[in-house]
Design a protein around this ligand. Sequence first.
Ligand code: MLT
Length: 304
Amino acid sequence: MGQIIDKLVEKSVRISGDQSSDIAINLYDGGNGIPLLFIHGFPFDGLMWRRAAEILLRKSLDAGDNQGAFLNYRTIIPDLRGLGKSELLTRSPTKTGISIEQYADDLDAILTNLKIDSRVIVAGLSMGGYIAIQFAHRHNVRVAGLVLCNTKTTTDSPEGLQGRQDIIDKIYNSWDTAAGVLDSVADAMIPKFFAAKTYSEKPDIVDEIRAMIKSNNPHGVSAASWGMMKRCDSSEILASFDLPVLVIGGEEDKFTPPDSMKQLAKIAKHAEYVEITAAGHLPPIEQPKSFAIALNNFIKKINF
Ligand code: MLT
């Protein structure tokens, strides 16, 4: 356990892996207050939330922002099973992986382990959004509000499914040296993730995300690709929630563009939509302050 970055403490908790073994889940835990559970996207790890978490854990915004103070928060940011520093139980090369439902159940086990029994705000980005919807469905009593960033309820197109299978096959075929596969995953994805201004004005962020992808566990990336490939359409689940929902889109997102995010907000019964300017697929990374303000404004309206 150690202080990884300002205000966030890195911890490891053990959850059930299968009938015979536990696995260690790495997470970043900070602050005291309303619990915020952040679920990262693919192929990232929990640290993609660190800029937003550091802002949320400040007691107030900078003078001149005129957006009022932040509430008190506790941010809980796991590395999903097999990604970042969290373990994956894989004893031999495999082409199967972790279902979205399993990741959701892992989050329940993580909260139990941390002895958090008050309701949480769960925020997921992209793949994290697929998981957040399943978490709110399967562990509804745990959830006070749902934040869906740059995500969707629909399944993949045939080309998208083929792309997932290609990643799984490449990693399977080079199991012991598969890290190289992530270099090509990063090279293919990085030119599409961000808004124009992020590339020109914040190259450090682009570099950080490239390094995060390249250093990930390829077997965890393969497992997540399988989970996304097999996921079900969750539109009806989202439509069934009585929860307050905040939908966040990025003005220049090429994966889940603003129009698709506005449609997502229409599926939920009680949703509001906020678009973050000068952001692509990753608003909490590209515009963490605007993201934090949107989140804080949403949570202020929730009755706990
Ligand atoms: C993500 O950012 O998590 C990915 O774009 C999700 C996906 O590949 O469907």
